[in-house]
Ligand binder design. Sequence first.
Ligand code: ADP
Ligand code: MG
Length: 164
Amino acid sequence: MMCDKRHLSFSSESPEDTLEIARAFGGALHPGDVVGLTGDLGAGKTLFCKGVGEALGIPPDRIVSPTFTIVTEHAGPVPLTHIDVYRLSNAREADEIGMRELLPGDGVCLVEWAEKIEELLPTDCIQVTFTISGDDRREIAVAAPDLPRFDDFRARSQRFQSGG
Ligand code: ADP
Ligand code: MG
């Protein structure tokens, strides 16, 4: 089912803010959701994944960005597949290693550097875009389906919302 997306913008002033936004966001995710994360190195994508993992009951220290690991699967009540395609050149390379079969997965799927493999992502992919706007400041834009299950996320993250 296709549905309209709602665009939400947040200002994070610290790593802890980003974790809090991510935990609230993670609470709205359902099995089968694919989340594409876009933003420069150090923008906070992996930190955001830790917060989402926490919401799904996965200890944050299990979510890391090892240099050569592209796919990490975490077991849990809602399984989490954490993908980082930084080392891949394009969607074709991702396809060759079987990424298409992982998307969507049985649980939630988070994809860092999603823009590199856009053609492989489902059309209803949720998008989270990070912009570095200061030493500890990040703008985080979320385009999520306009569904009731995201109402709690909007409410819980309200104090970080920056309009738009
Ligand atoms: P990415 O996965 O996008 O490369 P990481 O999450 O690995 O980025 O790293 C983000 C870095 O930026 C961390 O060192 C974190 O402490 C720092 N940082 C500083 N301020 C913030 C913020 N507001 N949100 C997220 N990370 C922040
Ligand atoms: Mg990362």
